[in-house]
Ligand binder design. Structure first.
Ligand code: NAD
Ligand code: MG
Length: 386
């Protein structure tokens, strides 16, 4: 039986690697839905190859092009953000891979869960924004959330076979990004080009900047809380520049399990899509002798404030993580547009957090309002800095 997948964000880094996995395992998977925001040409190319039933292009300006390009193939074509919601609900879908970036992942994920679809979750922002709501809904609808993020996949793999054995703590590894070891004086002048050069991974622009500011690790700490039901004190971060150990679990007897390998997102993607069976792959294998020194150091929370901010909001709960996520999205966009400087990103987040009302038990509409209000405030704060 083919596993039938909907891929949201198929033209991005995760989306294209997911399609590599499907291409290499065409006897296991079929693609039912493909969606993209702007890259209409690649979306059309993917649709012609994988023949999904449905395609959505987010940017409505490209609708005519996509529609006419796919006219002879019998593929349904829709455009606009609203179209993302119903396409995840089809009877012909077993699992939805959320590979779009940012807050935009929240609503389609909610609908997919309500329709009983399992989730292969790459879009960590969904759990950061509304982890309580998402995990409650998943329980209610008996839906599984399989992590795609490499650290969380590592933990998930370490937990396999450990039913009933409590976790003492988890240790998320961090590469440290391109600015590991640098001080604030250095960071005050770094350019967008420097920040976009990640040492170990090739990823979309937003997550690459998040890796440089350590916000990515902060978002992952919050993501881990919701995926594995942990208290903040049970989640540690260690910097491991080689990115070979993808994360670890420590159990109550003191034993630690780690998952290792060369950095390649295709592995966690296919593990999430095909759990619990592993698929044979030709990915390059790790060799200890190529890495005689695996090293570890503490993250510098004073220089890279975003990780400290993420721990604070994790302890605070409510809509606090939704606020920092929205402020971060706006700040990263402004940094990529060269409207603010690298260290301004944390300032925008801290100031937004101070200005938006805290809500302890947010409803879905509270999250929507928090997100919108924070984007407005963060944009105003950026105007002042320009
Ligand atoms: P990307 O920028 O390369 O791709 C994003 C995809 O989402 C594209 O297909 C784009 O068309 C689509 N998209 C963008 N804005 C959208 C919107 N508003 N609505 C709908 N679709 C939209 O990003 P990526 O690096 O593939 O990351 C995707 C998600 O996976 C992010 O949440 C990221 O944090 C997470 N993730 C990525 C990696 C990685 O290695 N790239 C690793 C772990 C987690
Ligand atoms: Mg990660």
């Amino acid at each position: 039986m083919l596993k039938r997948i909907a891929i949201l964000g198929s033209t991005g880094s995760i989306g294209t690697q997911a399609l590599d996995v499907v291409r290499a395992n065409s006897d296991r998977f079929s693609v039912q839905v493909l969606t993209a925001q702007d890259n209409a040409a690649l979306l059309v190319e993917q649709a012609a190859e994988f023949r999904p039933g449905t395609v959505v292009i987010g940017n409505e300006a490209h609708f005519d092009f996509v529609k006419s390009s796919l006219a002879t193939l019998g593929i349904q074509v829709y455009a606009g953000a609203q179209a993302l919601v119903p396409v995840v609900e089809g009877d012909d879908i077993d699992i939805v891979l959320t590979a779009m970036v940012g807050y935009a992942g929240l609503l389609p994920t909610i609908h997919a869960i309500k329709a009983g679809k399992d989730i292969a979750l790459a879009n960590k922002e969904t759990l950061v924004v509304a982890g309580q709501l998402i995990t409650d809904l998943a329980r209610l609808h008996n839906v599984k959330i399989y992590p795609v993020d490499s650290e969380h996949s590592a933990i998930f793999q370490c937990l396999t076979g450990e039913d009933g054995n409590p976790i003492e703590k988890i240790i998320l590894t961090a590469s440290g990004g391109p600015f590991r070891g640098k001080d604030k004086a250095f960071l005050s002048n770094v350019t967008k080009q420097q920040a976009l050069k990640h040492p170990n991974w090739s990823m979309g622009a937003k997550i690459t900047i998040d890796s440089a500011t350590l916000m990515n690790k902060g978002l992952e700490v919050i993501e881990a809380k919701w995926l594995f039901d942990l208290a903040p004190e049970q989640i540690e971060v260690v910097v491991h520049p080689q990115s070979i150990i993808h994360s670890l679990v420590q159990f109550e007897d003191g034993s630690m399990k780690a998952q290792m390998g060369l950095p390649d997102m295709k592995l966690p993607i296919q593990y999430a899509l095909h759990y619990p069976q592993r698929l044979k792959s030709g990915f390059p294998r790790f060799n200890f002798l190529d890495y005689p020194a695996l090293t570890f150091e503490m993250p510098d929370l004073e220089t890279f404030r975003n990780l400290a901010i993420a721990y604070d909001v994790l302890r605070k709960g409510g809509n606090a993580a939704c606020i920092i996520n929205a402020a971060n999205e706006i700040a990263v966009e402004a940094f990529l547009g060269e409207r603010i400087r690298f260290l301004d990103i944390s300032d925008v987040i801290v100031e937004s957090l101070a200005r938006i009302d805290f809500i302890l038990n947010p409803s879905y509409s509270d999250y929507v309002e928090t997100n919108e209000a924070t984007r407005r405030i963060a944009s105003e704060l950026i105007q002042v800095k320009v």
